[in-house]
Design a protein around this ligand. Structure first.
Ligand SMILES: [Zn+2]
Length: 302
C-alpha cells in the first residue's frame, strides 16, 4: 500500500465505517466495527482510537486522520460537542487522535462530510453550489459552496429536518411539532403507513414497493413527498443551489422519489430557479471519503 493515504472513520450510532483513502478519493481498504455506544462515551472513544491506530499501522504512509461524527461538532476546535446517539459531550476527538497516532487530524459532522464528498467526488461534482440532503431515520442537509462546507456559527447549520412544514403536526424528537423530519423521514413514513393501513411493521421501502397496488401506500407516499417539497422549497429559497443531491436510505427509492419530488417542487417555485434533483452516487462510503477530504483540506491550511 504505497503512496500517501488518509485514515478515515465515519462513526454512527450503531456502527463505524473505517477506511484507508487515497488523496484522489480511492478507497484502498475498508473495515466495519460496532460503535459500542451502550458502553458509554469513554468506551466509544477508546474503541475509535484503537481502530484508528490499527488502520494507521496497516498503511505504509499515513499522512492524516479524518473522522466524521453525528451531532453538534465544533470543527474548528476538533471537539464533538454533543451527540445523542453516540453519547459524546465535549470530547476533544481531534487532539486525542493526534496524540495517539502522531498524525494531524480533522473532525467533521457526518452529514457535512458526506455532502463534501458528494459535492467534490460524487453527484454534485463540477457544480459550485450543492445542497446534500440525507433522508434516513432523520433528515439533515449540508450546503457545499466551491467545495467547502458551511457549518454555521455553532456547528449546527443544515438542520433541514427541523424546519416546520406542518404547523401543529406530528410531534418531533426535538420537541416541536410538524418538523420536516417528523413528517417525511423514512421512519415517519413507516409509522404513518401503519396508522392508515393498520398494517404495522412496514418500512418506507415496503411503502414504495406497494405503490402500484395499495392506495394507502400511495397516500402516505404523496403526503411525504408534499412535505419534502415544502421543505426543499424553503431550502432553495435560502440557498439557490445548482443541484440538490439526495442521499440516505430513502433516496434508494430512486425515481419513485425523485420524479414526483421534482414535479412538486416545480409547482411550488415562483421566481426561484429549479435546481437539478439527483440521487447521491457514493453510497455509504461518502462519510469516509468526506472525512479524508476534510483531513487533506486541514493539511493544506496548516
Ligand atoms: Zn424537530
Amino acid at each position: 500500500m504505497s503512496g500517501p493515504v488518509v485514515v478515515a472513520l465515519d462513526v454512527g450510532g450503531t456502527g463505524m465505517k473505517c477506511a484507508l483513502v487515497r488523496p484522489d478519493g480511492t478507497v484502498l481498504h475498508e473495515e466495519r466495527h460496532p460503535t459500542l455506544a451502550a458502553r458509554g462515551p469513554e468506551a466509544v472513544t477508546a474503541n475509535i482510537l484503537e481502530i484508528a491506530a490499527g488502520l494507521a499501522n496497516r498503511a505504509e504512509n499515513p499522512i492524516a486522520v479524518g473522522i466524521a461524527v453525528p451531532g453538534v461538532i465544533d470543527e474548528e476546535n476538533g471537539v464533538a460537542v454533543w451527540s445523542s446517539n453516540v453519547g459524546f459531550r465535549d470530547v476533544p476527538l481531534r487532539k486525542l487522535l493526534t496524540d495517539r497516532l502522531g498524525l494531524p487530524a480533522a473532525l467533521g459532522h457526518d452529514v457535512r462530510v458526506g455532502g463534501l464528498a458528494e459535492a467534490r467526488l460524487g453527484a454534485g461534482r463540477g457544480q459550485r453550489y450543492v445542497l446534500f440532503v440525507a433522508i434516513g431515520t432523520g433528515i439533515a442537509a449540508a450546503l457545499v459552496v466551491d467545495g467547502s462546507t458551511y457549518g454555521g456559527a455553532h456547528g449546527a447549520a443544515g438542520e433541514l429536518g427541523h424546519i416546520v412544514v406542518r404547523p401543529g403536526g406530528t410531534p418531533c424528537g426535538c420537541g416541536a411539532r410538524g418538523c420536516l423530519e417528523a413528517e417525511t423521514s423514512a421512519r415517519s413514513i413507516g409509522r404513518r403507513y401503519a396508522e392508515i393501513s393498520g398494517k404495522s411493521g412496514a418500512t418506507a421501502f415496503d411503502v414504495v414497493a406497494r405503490l402500484d397496488q395499495d392506495p394507502a401506500a400511495r397516500q402516505v407516499w404523496h403526503e411525504a413527498i408534499d412535505a419534502l417539497a415544502d421543505g426543499l422549497l424553503t431550502a432553495q429559497a435560502l440557498y439557490d443551489v445548482d443541484v440538490l443531491v439526495l442521499g440516505g436510505g430513502l433516496a434508494e427509492a430512486g425515481e419513485a422519489l425523485l420524479e414526483p419530488l421534482r414535479n412538486e417542487l416545480k409547482k411550488r417555485l415562483t421566481f426561484h430557479r429549479m435546481p437539478r434533483i439527483v440521487k447521491a452516487e457514493l453510497g455509504d462510503t461518502a462519510g469516509c471519503k468526506g472525512a479524508a477530504l476534510l483531513a487533506l483540506d486541514h493539511l493544506e491550511k496548516a
